[in-house]
Design a protein around this ligand. Structure first.
Ligand SMILES: [Zn+2]
Length: 345
């Protein structure tokens, strides 16, 4: 996650206060929830139905967020029931309270299959082999045993930020048309930030609910994770952009973090440039052969704390794997079994 300057058009200068909403357009409300992370908020969207609400994304399970939810339900949502909960993807700040809402209102849960399965697995304690896989992945990339143990432990805390992920799902796929809040939305499924991230485009109102895929100020986390260590999420991410070619330039983009904006194509160009620069930096650092951990300390010199170094490692490996897949970087094992990456000569 890197903060960037940009010249996009932001129709609202500030977000709604906690427990309040901003009407984006008739029947579509924007609320903001506080997050317990460095990224301190997430936007969620309410679409008014004849018989209640459709909610898109939910925040995670903290006492602060639950308090805000109660105020939203009793206030702007006028105590009408939540009929449908939609998850743009399975990260805990998006899907974390889905189970709570689905249970409370006996609501339908809508999402993509991969994100649902990923969330079920990732937000469950004691999945056999998970911790061991994570630990050996960290050691292979340069962590000592103790630091690897600390990081594995620290990530387990995220599990408790989720209510139980629903046991069943109404699946959506790319290209589907779904009717939410009296409008028809085209589902755009992309890889890169997540395995099957869903965005929703409504042509008549000129609105794209974009989740985390195309954020206005920060570049979304594009990271390699231990369950798929050879993946090329950056290649997937860059390859996803043509899926937005047909979106009109004046479309209002509703992102999960930051403010709604116009200027999707400019933003995509900025994100492309950002990753191109990071790829160049990665390649040039790798003229000195190094582990992914050493490289992530070069790429993210100011980062501290186990969670953040974990994210830095994932993002660094996304850039490394992109270069490995294109034969620009090669990998070998050293005599301690660690993976060493180096620029091909
Ligand atoms: Zn996310």
């Amino acid at each position: 996650m890197t903060v960037q300057k940009s010249r996009l058009d932001f129709p609202w200068k500030a977000p709604p206060a906690a427990g309040e909403v901003t009407e984006v357009t008739k029947g579509l409300l924007w609320a903001r929830l506080p997050l317990p992370f460095r990224l301190d908020h997430v936007n969620v969207w309410f679409l008014e139905e004849d018989d209640g609400w459709t909610v898109i994304d939910t925040g995670c399970a903290t006492p602060e967020i639950l308090t805000v939810w109660e105020r939203l339900l009793a206030g702007p949502m006028r105590s009408k029931p939540v009929r449908r909960v939609v998850a743009t993807h399975g990260h805990v700040d998006h899907i974390g309270l889905t189970g709570w809402l689905v249970q409370r209102f006996n609501a339908d849960f809508i999402g993509t299959f991969a994100e649902w399965v990923w969330a079920r697995l990732s937000h469950m304690h004691d999945v056999p082999g998970s911790s061991a896989t994570h630990h050996s992945y960290l050691v292979r990339h340069g962590f000592d045993d103790e630091d690897a143990g600390r990081l594995v432990q620290s990530r387990r805390r995220f599990i408790d930020l989720s209510s139980q992920i629903p046991g069943w799902i109404t699946e959506i796929r790319s290209g589907d048309a779904v009717r939410l809040g009296g409008r028809e939305w085209r589902v755009i499924v992309t890889r890169g930030h997540a395995f099957e991230h869903a965005s929703f485009f409504n042509e008549e109102s000129g609105i794209l609910i974009a989740g985390d895929h195309i954020l206005p100020r920060i570049s979304p986390v594009i990271a390699v994770y231990e369950m798929m260590p050879k993946a090329d999420p950056l290649g997937d991410y860059l390859d996803s952009f043509p899926q937005f070619d047909g979106i009109p330039a004046d479309t209002l983009i509703l992102p999960s973090h930051g403010l709604p904006y116009r200027g999707i194509h400019q933003r995509i160009a900025e994100l492309r440039d950002h990753h191109r620069l990071r790829l160049d930096a990665t390649a040039s650092f790798l003229s000195n052969p190094s582990t992914a951990l050493e490289l992530s300390r070069e790429m993210f010199p100011h980062i501290e704390g186990p969670d953040n170094i974990g994210f830095a490692l994932g993002e660094t490996l996304a850039h490394v794997n992109y270069l490995v897949a294109r034969n620009i970087v090669e990998e070998r094992l050293d005599d301690q079994g660690r993976t060493i990456f180096a620029l091909r000569r």
